[in-house]
Design a protein around this ligand. Structure first.
Ligand code: NAG
Ligand code: NAG
Ligand code: NAG
Ligand code: NAG
Ligand code: NAG
Length: 449
């Protein structure tokens, strides 16, 4: 380990709850002192949950001068987009992606044009554009492509390290209007999906880090990692060595809401991460399900995906009914109470016992490709409602014709670490960390001294 690395660690040994000025000063100091001598292996992002929208929120630093930008995390999202409205976006290092530039090709942009209201970020002549998606409320618009500086924290897997500054990172310009249903203070979406322009795809070659990422969501403050790191949570629990893996599946047909039909996005393969659910068990008993719904059909319908923009798991009606029936049967002795929307199966909290892994309810197992089992215990299956007096089975009926049969949502993946390894075409998962005496809120965000 070089002495300059140790020096850097000393220079940047401060907590993540830092001000913008500090980040700027550090980024500049690092650019001056370190040059290219520091090579990050991985990056770390804080991920909080917004209680009023159930969105998972992260913060990156972007622009010159650097500014913190709050973004909704979408693991299946196409790219980074931020609001470029005149009053919102001001940066001396913004550059439009000029027509026919490599950036336009990377984004598969097929449109190019002028803008009369500029020049300013998001409005320039001879600039290519693409569809910008708000995957939370399924809206979209056409927005310019551009590049700017972003800055993120490196990590050794246990603590944050020096700030890493990436110049000319490609992103899309959206607007405050497009993001009006995002959580308060959020100015765009951080897309981690299977595209050439998602944040992991752009940061991997830019920094020479592995093309993979991990998310560890929490109902309070979770964490995401980009690149290769020994994901370590307090008290010194190394999660990366204890993951089990299931193959990633490519859905050959786009699953994004077709907002602007003429645009080519809908002819791409899905940007979202699909895995194979081969069967579901409740309390160890196989639940009868139609195999056709579990498979991805020729039009891209069916199958199972992981979503951070869906707060709860959403199931095809017949899967929902079958799982609910098996679940209620397994605890038929406990009296049910009335449904609390959007949930149908609810119990008085006081009539269910509690365990280290949450309310004492039948376990729900997903038997996945590669014959590995993801077991969902009470903490992830039950949702507290009505001031925690009522606990409901946290699955939502997605109707008889959903695009995807099983959408595994936020509540079911909290306190589970999920690693999306596109290079090795697999998803690693930890199953509940509560069984390992830790949680996703246990990353040590204090920099090492
Ligand atoms: C953008 O920032 C520059 C320098 O900080 C400032 O001079 C300029 O007035 C700002 N422009 C807008 C539109 O806020
Ligand atoms: C953009 O192009 C239009 C004509 O297409 C021109 O009138 C305008 O001055 C140009 N704006 C800039 C900033 O170059
Ligand atoms: C939950 O609260 C709502 C509104 O306060 C009430 O109408 C409903 O009956 C409650 N449900 C249960 C199951 O207690
Ligand atoms: C899958 O795993 C289970 C238990 O781990 C085992 O009982 C079963 O035989 C396996 N099935 C196949 C097809 O390998
Ligand atoms: C978090 O990391 C810092 C820096 O290494 C260390 O001083 C601190 O003791 C750690 N916190 C806990 C709770 O271990």
């Amino acid at each position: 380990m070089s002495s300059s690395f140790i020096l850097l660690c000393l220079i940047f040994s401060i907590s993540l709850s830092i001000t913008t000025a500090e980040v700027q000063a550090q980024a500049q100091a690092q650019a001056r002192k370190a040059g290219k001598s520091f090579r990050a292996r991985a990056l770390v992002l804080p991920v909080t949950k917004d209680p009023s929208t159930n969105q998972y929120i992260t913060t990156i630093f972007q622009r010159t001068p650097l500014k913190p930008v709050k973004l909704t995390l979408d693991v299946g999202g196409k790219a980074l987009w931020v609001a470029c409205d005149r009053a919102e976006y001001n940066s001396s290092t913004y550059r439009p992606a000029l027509c026919n530039s490599p950036q336009c090709k990377l984004a598969k942009s097929k449109s190019c044009g002028d803008c009369w209201d500029g020049p300013r970020p998001g409005c320039n002549n001879n600039t290519c554009s693409n569809v910008v998606y708000n995957t939370v409320d399924r809206s979209g618009q056409i927005g310019d492509l551009g590049t700017d500086v972003i800055a993120l924290r490196s990590t050794d897997g246990s603590n944050p390290g020096p700030i890493v500054r990436v110049p000319n990172l490609l992103f899309s310009c959206g607007s405050l209007f497009l993001g009006e249903n995002l959580a308060n203070g959020v100015k765009g979406i951080a897309g981690f999906g299977r595209t050439e322009t998602s944040l992991p795809s752009l940061l991997s070659p830019a920094l020479g880090i592995d093309k993979k990422f991990a998310i560890c969501l929490s109902s309070s403050k979770g964490v995401a990692f980009l690149g290769d790191a020994p994901y370590t949570l307090l008290p010194n629990v190394v999660i990366s060595s204890r993951l089990v893996y299931t193959p990633l599946i490519i859905n050959p047909v786009s699953t994004v809401h077709p907002i602007i039909k003429e645009f080519p996005d809908k002819s791409w393969p899905s940007m979202e991460y699909f895995i194979g659910v081969n069967s579901v068990k409740v309390n160890g008993q196989i639940v009868p399900l139609s195999p056709d719904l579990l498979k991805i059909g020729s039009k891209g319908n069916g199958g199972t995906k992981i979503s951070t923009t869906s707060p709860y798991t959403v199931l095809h009606t017949s899967i929902y009914n079958a799982i609910t029936k098996a679940f209620t049967k397994a605890i038929s002795k406990v009296p049910r109470v009335g449904p609390v929307a959007p949930f149908g199966t609810c119990y008085k909290a006081s009539s269910l016992g509690s365990t280290r892994l949450g309310p004492a309810v039948p376990s729900i197992e997903l038997v996945l490709g590669n014959n590995v089992t993801w077991t969902i215990f009470g903490a992830n299956s039950m949702v507290a409602v009505n001031n925690s007096e009522v606990l409901c089975l946290g699955f939502v009926d997605g109707g008889k014709k959903p695009r995807t049969s099983i959408v595994i949502g936020g509540h079911q993946i909290e306190d589970n670490l999920l690693e999306f390894d596109v290079g090795k075409s697999r998803v690693g998962f930890s199953s509940t960390l509560l069984g390992r005496q830790t949680t996703c809120a246990n990353f040590n965000f204090t920099s090492r001294a």
